[in-house]
Each structure stands twice: as structure tokens, then as C-alpha cells.
Design a protein around this ligand. Structure first.
Ligand code: ACO
Length: 325
């Protein structure tokens, strides 16, 4: 097998919507400030009966329905999350059990907002080596549980949700076959030297608490634009395409200004960039597959389109993947 092609996608959001006006009633912020600086208008927040696994399972079921396959044929599940249900076992194993496909491979990937890109490249590699035949790649998060709700510089930026895709091992998408469906190129990076710009101040081995997200937003912004433009360039070069060949960019939804600045730097028209940050805010590893599913279901992304996925997050980690749908 030479790669992995898409069979379906799905997504899930918590029931509760929290608007900027709702937030302004709780902390010293305003709809105007949040919209102007980030493009965010609302976010979804998990209730007591919703967790990362319940959202992941709902997204996975929607993706399996869309693919028109039997869940029992899934033999590889990779779930990207920084907010697992428990420290262990991996949330992916809960998804596996709920879907009734026990016995295959199931594990979590922790690369924060880039988690879905890491999971996608890993699934592609494992399918290529025959470690699986049908994979579920999921991004699922409940960041609301690690936010400091008194810190207005961070709590207004994030939301909860999940997105999933089903991939199948395929003979297409190999180098030199850019017209066939599949993943044409992927690139991943990490720079552990940037830990202090974006991290959670707790964990099982340090404080024995879950901790809260801490961020130096302005510096993250600056690194995000540089790193994303650079990795997109690498993937474009590796695939041997030009920027004009890309039909859609599905970026990590952190901030509308980061999306605009990155697209501008590469000369990608804004109409080709899928934007859901206004509705979902930043859902970390869930944001790319969530935005992808929204754009497939509303008919923008179609079979045959060339789609660029990209993300950057805590670590720092960052990456991009190019897929022919
Ligand atoms: N409401 C009102 N005022 C606020 C708020 C708020 N929610 N948050 C901060 N402010 C104030 C600050 O206190 C500051 O006031 P001061 O000038 O009196 O000190 C002022 O607004 C400006 O603050 P800055 O932090 O300089 O604002 P900036 O223009 O940099 O915008 C933001 C902040 C939106 C966080 C921006 O830096 C950003 O988007 N960074 C990227 C971070 C990001 O997206 N991280 C997600 C994870 S990483 C990733 O996904 C790529």
C-alpha cells in the first residue's frame, strides 16, 4: 500500500453555547475586544455529561456513517488530545470500545493544537506499513476544563469539540500521482525550547493536579505565522505543486488574524481558507477536523479537491499535510 485515502468525516460539539456577551457578564472583557483581536464570536462548552471521549465517540460515529462502513472494520484509532478523560488509559481505547471494534491498535497523541496533524501523519505512515487497513483519526478536546476562567487573556480564546475522519489504505496518492486520492505530503516539527510561551501549569508527575493553561499570546502569535508559513512551504515543495493548485486550506482555528497573516504571507486568497473560529473558538486538536467536516458537509470541499491542513500549538509543535480528497 502506498498511502491513505479519505472515506468520511464527522464532528461533534457540546450542547451549550457560550457567547462573548455571556463572557462579558462574568469577566472584564467585551464582545468588541474579542471579535476585533480574534474573530471569535462564540464557543461551545462541555456540560457535566460531556467529556472528551463522549465528543470523540459522537464525531467518530458521524465519520463512520459518512464513510458508509461497518465500525468493526476499523483496526487503527489515533486520537489527538491534550485533555484526555483520564491520565490513562488512552481515550482512544474508550472510543474503540464504544464503537465495538476492540482488538486493533488504539492510542492517543499529545501535540496540543497540532495533535490532529501529528495523528494524521502517523496514521498515514502506519497504513503504509500495513499496521492497519482502516483508521479513525480523531481530534477531541475539552479545553474548558483546563482554563483559568478568571484569566481574561486566555479563557476567551478556547472552546470544546471533536472532529474525526476515516482513512483507508490505498494504492493512490503516491509521489508522482498527485491526481489520485490520498495524502501527498506531510511535515511535522517541534521546538521544546518554546515551552514557556504556552503550557499547562500542572500534571500527574509534577503537581498531581490538572493545572491551567498559561500563554504569552503576543509571542505565540509571532511564532505561529512564521512557523506555519515555513511548514506550508515545505509541504508545497515536497508535493511538487504550486500554491495555486491548492483548492482549500483548512487551518488550525486559533485566531482569525493568524489565519489572515499566514494566508497573506503565502499568497493564498482568503476565499480558499476555511474559517470556523468565529463559531467554535480554538478547540485545539479538534479544530482542523471540525472545520474540515463543516466545509465538506456544506458542500465547499468536494471529492477531487486538493486540501492543505496546517496547525501549530504548545511545545511548540507544528505541521502540515496535503490531501487529495
Ligand atoms: N478582554 C479585554 N481586554 C483584554 C483581554 C480580554 N479578553 N485580554 C487581554 N486584554 C487586554 C490586555 O490586558 C492588554 O491591556 P493593557 O494594554 O492595558 O495591558 C490589552 O488587552 C492588549 O493585550 P495583548 O495581549 O497585547 O493583546 P494582543 O493584541 O496581543 O491580543 C491575543 C491578545 C488575542 C491573545 C493575541 O496575542 C493572540 O491571538 N495570540 C495568539 C495566541 C493563540 O492563538 N494561542 C492559541 C494557542 S497556539 C495556537 O493555536 C497557534
Amino acid at each position: 500500500m502506498t498511502g491513505a485515502r479519505l472515506l468520511g468525516s464527522g464532528s461533534a460539539l457540546p450542547k451549550r453555547v457560550l457567547t462573548n456577551a455571556d463572557l462579558a457578564a462574568q469577566i472584564d472583557t467585551s464582545d468588541e475586544w474579542i471579535v476585533e483581536r480574534t474573530g471569535i464570536r462564540q464557543r461551545y462548552i462541555a456540560g457535566d455529561d460531556e467529556t472528551t471521549s463522549t465528543l470523540a465517540i459522537a464525531a467518530a460515529r458521524a465519520a463512520i456513517d459518512d464513510a458508509g462502513i461497518d465500525a468493526s472494520s476499523i483496526d487503527l484509532i489515533i486520537l489527538a488530545t491534550a485533555t484526555p478523560d483520564n491520565t490513562f488509559p488512552a481515550t482512544a481505547t474508550k472510543v474503540q470500545h464504544a464503537l465495538g471494534c476492540n482488538g486493533g491498535v488504539a492510542f492517543d497523541v499529545a501535540a496540543v493544537c497540532s495533535g490532529f496533524l501529528y495523528a494524521l501523519a502517523t496514521a498515514d505512515s502506519l497504513l503504509k506499513t500495513g499496521m492497519g487497513t482502516r483508521a479513525l483519526v480523531i481530534g477531541a478536546e475539552t479545553f474548558s476544563r483546563i482554563l483559568d476562567w478568571e484569566d481574561r487573556t486566555t479563557c476567551v480564546l478556547f472552546g470544546d469539540g471533536a472532529g474525526a475522519i476515516v482513512l483507508e489504505a490505498s494504492d493512490t496518492g503516491a509521489a508522482g500521482d498527485n491526481d489520485g486520492p490520498g495524502i501527498l505530503a506531510s511535515r511535522l516539527h517541534a521546538d521544546g525550547g518554546q515551552h514557556d510561551l504556552l503550557y499547562v501549569d500542572g500534571g500527574p508527575s509534577t503537581t498531581q493536579t490538572v493545572g491551567h493553561l498559561r500563554m504569552k499570546g503576543r509571542e505565540v502569535f509571532r511564532h505561529a505565522v512564521v512557523n506555519l508559513a515555513s511548514v506550508l512551504g515545505e509541504v508545497i515543495e515536497e508535493a511538487g505543486i504550486s500554491v495555486e493548485d491548492i483548492d482549500w486550506v483548512v487551518p488550525h482555528q486559533a485566531n482569525a488574524r493568524i489565519l489572515d497573516a499566514t494566508a497573506r504571507k503565502l499568497g493564498i486568497p482568503r476565499e480558499k481558507v476555511i474559517i470556523t473560529v468565529d463559531q467554535h473558538a480554538n478547540t485545539s486538536a479538534a479544530s482542523v477536523p471540525l472545520a474540515f467536516d463543516v466545509a465538506r458537509r456544506d458542500g465547499r470541499i468536494k471529492s477531487g479537491d486538493l486540501v492543505m491542513f496546517e496547525a501549530m500549538g504548545g511545545g511548540f509543535t507544528w505541521g502540515a499535510s496535503l490531501m487529495r480528497i
